[in-house]
Design a protein around this ligand. Structure first.
Ligand code: ATP
Ligand code: MG
Length: 148
């Protein structure tokens, strides 16, 4: 379905904003012009929910930033947080089914460890890519790349 991806991003931000504000966090976005892309809008909405909910859940102060832009023939969406970050040796495992980082910090927050697994399945079903950059105690950036 030909979709305006920025509209979906804005919808998800609007819906999550009250919860984000309640945690004392800021959310900002910088959404550049992007042509309509052929995606399953409900599934991509789910991807954005999962990633922004994680950004929220694993951030105790600061902000969440969403960027979208075109690069060559790809659309890129970046979700950045100023949260607890992910240790280097865990980065390759977080997309596994039911995987949660086994530290007291992760146990304090609820969750099944399915969120990122589902995200990856959906992105791959769109022939897209997802990657993560993170620095412990500084924050994380998840980048989704989709074909136009
Ligand atoms: P849920 O199934 O409710 O999403 P979850 O959030 O624990 O549970 P995932 O979303 O799959 O599961 O994330 C897996 C693990 O990766 C998390 O438990 C957490 O340890 C780590 N993680 C994910 N996103 C972030 C983030 N933005 N910052 C820090 N750690 C993260
Ligand atoms: Mg999650």
């Amino acid at each position: 379905e030909w979709t305006n991806i920025n509209q979906i991003i804005e919808k998800v931000i609007t819906n999550l904003k009250p919860e984000i504000a309640k945690k004392g966090l800021m959310i900002t976005s910088n959404l550049r012009d992007i042509p309509l892309i052929k995606i399953d809008p409900k599934r991509i909405e789910q991807v954005l929910y999962n990633l922004i909910e994680n950004a929220m859940k694993y951030t105790h102060q600061g902000e969440i930033t969403i960027n979208s832009y075109m690069k060559n023939e790809f659309v890129k969406i970046k979700i950045t947080d100023t949260g607890i970050g992910i240790p280097k040796d865990e980065l390759s495992k977080i997309f596994e089914r039911f995987y949660r980082i086994e530290q007291s910090r992760a146990r304090k927050t609820g969750g099944t460890g399915l969120g990122l697994y589902v995200v990856k399945q959906i992105v791959q079903a769109h022939e897209g890519e997802i990657k993560v950059d993170s620095v412990e105690n500084k924050g994380s950036t998840f980048t989704i790349k989709l074909k136009i």
